[in-house]
Design a protein around this ligand. Structure first.
Ligand SMILES: [Zn+2]
Ligand SMILES: [Zn+2]
Length: 396
């Protein structure tokens, strides 16, 4: 049987088992960097497949399947395992048993799908040359990003893989479809925390105060010009302040106002410049008005770069696997994803697995209490990634 057909039939055969794994993970979600039971479960499952793994980055796992001539080439496949602080609203048999925690970003799907890929590749390891490394990582949803710990602890060394691939569920695409994007795909994301310090007092006697509400207002309006007057219009970038807090009553001027925001970019040079601009402007506006502004920036993930050649190759592999009509190009997004860290170390590609099904009422977006997937996607995900892996290993 040709390898493509073999992988397809294995993916189909293992589907029920992979769905069961997904449901177990979904029912037992754990927050970022606390994936203790998840990592045990994944290690155990790999063990039953005959694959040994080692712990890395506290609650991450590394495993390898060595084919024939294992040192010829190494490629890496990645799944994230953490859940979100959301209370699940779905009434399903596999509903979260961990109240207030939910797999609302599909990381249960990524983990179970990659387990399926490992099972398939292990089955056919005498039919490919090279080594496939599996990265099961913690903490995708929370700074500084589990991927940065995986890299720090050597997941991309000894030897460095020539390619790393990541898959993410996509509730915009119907199940059965796969989405790709070459080049810049997702944004860097930094959290901005401004603390405007004035001097409070009576609302009727502003001359005795330094009004932080007025200073904060100026800062918010002025910072919009960081994007409109300093960033190149050719570069996607955004600055949003989503939270402002200060004051207790209509006639009292407070001492302090806080403003929290997010800054996104698709270019590391601009990202650094933009952050500097935000800091300088906020500080000097407050200073000019007699107050003070403390600026704290929590650095998030870099922008995600999908290597064009790798992306073209895996897209072609996907066309072979699911048919050309089921492979689509997707737009850039200003969302962020810690897979981006890998993409700045080795050639990488991050693609989307369609999981929507209108007929079944599965349409909720990720990070919502009603998010779910059409599990038919799990008949495709594991085999598709295995086929991509085999193709990458064949590539000279
Ligand atoms: Zn997420
Ligand atoms: Zn995610």
């Amino acid at each position: 049987m040709p390898l493509l057909e073999k992988i397809k039939s294995l993916s189909q055969a293992y589907c029920t088992e992979i769905v069961a794994l997904r449901r177990h993970l979904h029912a037992n979600p754990e927050l970022s960097y606390q994936e203790y039971n998840t990592v045990k479960f994944v290690a155990q499952t790999l063990h039953t497949f005959g694959i040994e793994s080692t712990e890395i980055a506290s609650t991450g796992l590394l495993a390898e399947i060595r084919g024939k001539n294992p040192d010829k080439k190494t490629i890496a496949l990645r799944a994230d395992m953490d859940a979100l602080p959301i209370t699940e609203a779905n009434d399903v048999p596999y509903k979260s048993k961990n109240s207030g925690v939910m797999h609302a970003c599909g990381h249960d799907v990524h983990t179970s799908s990659l387990l399926g890929t490992a099972k398939i590749l292990n089955e056919i390891k005498d039919q490919f040359e090279g080594t496939v490394r599996f990265l099961f990582q913690p903490g995708e949803e929370k700074n500084p990003g589990g991927a940065s710990y995986m890299i720090r602890d050597g997941a991309l060394k000894n030897p460095a893989p020539s390619v790393i691939l990541g898959q993410h569920v996509f509730p915009i695409l119907p199940a059965g479809k796969i989405g790709f994007r070459e080049g810049m795909y997702m944004a860097s994301s930094d959290e901005i925390y401004l603390k405007v310090i004035g001097k409070g007092g009576h609302g009727a006697a502003p001359e005795l105060t330094i009004d932080p509400i007025v200073i904060a207002s100026h800062i918010i309006i002025a910072l919009q010009q960081v994007i409109s007057r300093n960033a190149s219009p050719k570069q996607p970038t955004v600055l949003t302040f989503g939270k402002i807090a200060g004051g207790t009553a209509q006639n009292i001027i407070p001492d302090v106002v806080t403003i929290d925001g997010t800054f996104r970019a698709m270019n590391e040079t601009w990202r650094a410049e933009g952050l500097k601009k935000i800091k300088t402007m906020a500080e000097s506006i407050a200073d000019g008005m007699g107050g003070k502004c403390e600026v704290n920036i929590s650095h998030g993930y870099p922008y995600l770069e999908n290597n064009p050649e790798v992306t073209r190759r895996i897209k072609k592999a996907a066309e072979e696997y699911v048919g050309k009509e089921n492979v689509v190009d997707i737009e850039i997004t200003l969302g962020s994803e810690d897979f981006a860290f890998y993409s700045h170390v080795v050639p990488a590609s991050f693609y989307r697995l369609g999981t929507r099904n209108e007929a079944k009422g599965i349409t909720s977006y990720v990070h919502t209490p009603t998010f779910d997937i059409d599990e038919d996607a799990l008949a495709i995900g594991p085999g598709l990634m295995a086929w991509m892996a085999v193709n990458e290993l064949r590539h000279p």
